[in-house]
Design a binder for this molecule. Structure first.
Ligand code: 8ID
Ligand code: ZN
Length: 354
């Protein structure tokens, strides 16, 4: 019952417009290697990373042609012959994340840094991604989606959710601490607001426009700052935090402007968690005050399998909800345009069957 052809969204070479290819081959179940599984995809979120990949604007280049997408949900329809110890079975609903597969045996995997695996496979970057109707994935790396969590609500937890959940987890903050979220109205940011509130943090959300303002306030942000209207972000944050500054900043802007001044508005001992990924910008911070204020600057890159399970469990409990609008795979070019223009509050999740 697995067809031989499928529709995929493809970028033929970096910078080209994304287009739909209706006759892309589907790997036959009998050709699956041990450890591989074939998923019939249901839906996929669109992350700003997919736009970076389509444009090829990062120093590490994606495959070409490129089938992007890395936060999708599908049903397992086949598992490669001679697969040993599969933790999943045919018929289960699972999620595909940025880390499509890791070796689980190299130094970095052993340290829990599967993201940095020496043999890492990256969805929609070095292997085909979720902008497809059938996808080869890996039994040891897919994330099981609990029954309570519907597929559209789960999709963006697999990248946006996992990423901000892990960044918060390692931000060295506690309950009641102030966390600043530049990019709070975007895909990652609006989930960061919710994970932060769930963890008992107080949130200063920074973004722009009425839609994003309303969204983050509805999600529980304590303070809103519009970066296009504020005359002095540092002063505004100091004021909101009793003069002392924030305990952490989790920067999820796709442009470097969201990083500016973070060291200035953090209090002593604070953490700057770098998450947003402009391709070429340098991080500008005062060396003197980074030292003098005992500031930690830390890169935070998606998450490992355990982070994914934790982030999904919290979403399944109902504590964190992706705010998404539905669209279709065939509409993906428009979604990229809107993402690029900063028009999307929350996420767009695509029905891959249309
Ligand atoms: O593992 C990682 N570190 C990881 C994982 C997933 C995504 C990193 N990312 C990266 C993406 O590649 C992208 O560079 O995080 C960035 C944000 O991804 P996203 O949340 O999917 O993008 P979005 O929905 O467009 O949200 C970005 C928000 O930033 C706001 C925009 O208005 C938008 O709402 N923003 C910008 I651009 N400049 C800002 C500023 N100076 C700003 N908000 C506050 N201050
Ligand atoms: Zn992503």
């Amino acid at each position: 019952q697995v067809p031989s052809k499928q529709s995929v969204a493809i970028v033929l070479k970096s910078g080209d417009k994304v287009s739909i290819k209706p006759d892309h081959p589907v790997k036959s179940p009998s050709d699956l290697a041990p450890g591989e599984c074939l998923l019939k995809m249901i839906c996929t979120g669109v992350c700003h990373t997919d736009l970076h990949a389509a444009l090829g604007d990062w120093p590490v280049k994606p495959m070409s042609p490129l089938i992007g997408g890395h936060e999708g949900v599908g049903e397992i329809v086949a598992i490669g012959e001679h697969t040993n110890d599969s933790p999943v079975k045919v018929g289960q609903r699972v999620g595909v994340k940025w880390i499509a597969d890791s070796c689980r045996d190299c130094e970095f995997c052993r340290k829990g840094l599967e993201q940095n695996c020496e043999k890492v496979k990256i969805s929609g970057y070095t292997v085909d991604g979720t902008f497809s109707q059938y996808l080869v994935s890996y039994v040891h790396s897919v994330t099981v989606i609990p029954d309570e969590l519907e597929s559209y609500a789960a999709a963006s937890i697999l990248c946006a959710g996992v990423t901000v959940y892990r960044a918060l987890k390692y931000s060295n903050t506690g309950a009641g601490d102030w966390v600043v979220l530049p990019g709070a109205g975007g895909g990652l940011g609006h989930l960061a607001v919710q994970y932060a509130k769930y963890m008992g943090r107080r949130v200063i959300a920074i973004d722009t426009g009425d839609d994003k303002h309303k969204l983050v306030k509805d999600l529980g942000a304590d303070v809103w700052l519009d970066f296009k209207e504020s005359k002095d972000i540092v002063a505004d944050i100091k004021k909101a935090t009793g003069g002392k500054g924030a305990h952490a900043a989790i920067v999820t802007t796709a442009s470097s402007s969201g990083y500016t001044q973070a060291v200035d508005y953090l209090r002593e001992g604070g953490s700057l968690m770098a998450v947003g990924l402009p391709g070429t910008a340098k991080l500008e911070a005062s060396i003197f005050f980074t030292v003098f204020k005992s500031i930690t600057i830390q890169g935070s890159y998606v998450g490992n399998r355990q982070d994914a399970v934790e982030a999904i469990d919290i979403a399944a409990s109902g504590a964190v909800k992706c705010f998404y609008k539905k669209s279709t795979l065939s509409n993906i070019a428009q979604v990229y345009e809107d993402l690029s223009a900063g028009k999307i509050a929350g996420r767009i999740v695509l029905d891959v069957t249309k």
